[in-house]
Design a protein around this ligand. Structure first.
Ligand SMILES: [Zn+2]
Length: 342
């Protein structure tokens, strides 16, 4: 009997404190639930004598009715009150929106571009759909050069009626800008051309049909190979660190004379030799050279008075080297698991 009185007192205390729907729900479970106080009291019923049972049953029933009545009164008074979960806490910090970031190739391209800008280079943009003349002839690529083969170059449809020089194609390098940029410029010039290029190739770990290049050239009086070496060594140190060494080897390209390949010391093994640099300690990064007099002529530049150097490199390839990415196809995959690592 005292138990019933104790529960009643405890309930009266609890219900007085209730100010929300959630709290009321807890009270209902505590007293009226399947394992609640009323249910527990009912279980003691069996152990009572017949006379006790009558009295106990009545009191228990009264308590249950009392609790139910108070709960429904409270329910009515809370109706219209805003529940805690629905309420807006205007002091709570806002939730963050997911934010994207620049693609690793864009990050690398921007870094490279800014290094050249600090050296006084201007940025020039040239068309991605280009006439064969600017893509090949203007930069001294002969008519029979294998790069003109349709396996390497994407030609734009319905080209058959056009003359060879006017045929439209997707530029295979950013060198198409050289003669274009010089149409409305006079030496001295320092120009870089970052942009997208296209080649009709089968894709594999180191080849893609679409890739980025950065091309650049300098034309002025008295420009020599030592200017080329100075500028490109400065670039390499800014991009890959001050302890990077450069090496310049003779090579052949139709648009430069002499033609050069620039290597940098492997930034993984610091030139000691590792699997990345095929044990040589050097990584080939950039074809370059002194602009061929024929190209200067196509630029309407007097090759007796002026000289210049040109260079170009694949942004995707250098990005891969820089970050140690092994498969070029990942770069344009758009796979967030890859992109979010940068
Ligand atoms: Zn190495």
């Amino acid at each position: 009997m005292e138990k019933i009185a104790i529960i009643e007192k405890s309930f009266d205390k609890d219900i007085a404190k209730v100010v929300s729907k959630e709290e009321l729900e807890q009270i209902k479970i505590k007293y009226l639930g399947r394992k609640g106080e009323i249910a527990r009291l009912s279980k003691t019923f069996g152990s009572l004598s017949i006379s006790q049972k009558k009295d106990f049953g009545r009191k228990l029933n009264e308590l249950k009715k009392h609790i139910e009545a108070d709960v429904s009164t409270k329910e009515r008074s809370l109706k219209g009150a805003v529940s805690k979960t629905e309420a807006i806490d205007i002091t709570a910090p806002g939730s963050e929106f997911p934010e994207g970031h620049l693609h690793p190739v864009t990050q690398f391209l921007e870094k490279a571009t800014s290094v050249f800008q600090t050296m006084g280079f201007e940025i020039y943009e040239s068309p991605e759909v280009e006439k064969a003349f600017y893509n090949f002839d203007a930069i001294n690529v002969p008519k029979d050069h294998p790069a003109r083969d349709s396996w390497d170059t994407f030609y734009v449809d319905d080209n058959r009626t056009l003359d060879d020089d006017d045929k439209l194609l997707l530029r295979t390098h950013t060198s198409n800008a050289q003669v274009r940029a010089m149409a409305d410029r006079k030496p001295p010039v320092r120009v870089i051309v970052p942009g997208k290029c296209f080649r009709n190739e089968a894709t594999d770990a180191s080849h893609e049909t679409t890739f980025y290049q950065l091309e650049g050239f300098v034309i002025d009086e008295g420009i020599s190979v030592s200017d080329l070496i100075g500028a490109l060594t400065h670039f390499a140190k800014k991009m890959f660190g001050n302890d990077v060494k450069t090496r310049f080897r003779p090579h052949y390209y139709p648009f430069t004379e002499p033609s050069i390949d620039m290597d940098i010391s492997c930034f993984f093994c610091k030139g000691k030799g590792c699997s990345f640099c095929k044990k040589s300690g050097w990584i080939e990064v950039m074809p370059c050279g002194m602009i061929h007099p024929n190209v200067l002529k196509n630029m309407n530049v007097d090759s007796d008075k002026y000289s210049g150097f040109a260079f170009g490199f694949g942004i995707d390839r250098l990005t891969m080297l820089y970050y140690g990415i092994e498969d070029m196809r990942l770069i344009h995959s758009g796979d967030l698991r890859f992109i979010n690592q940068f």
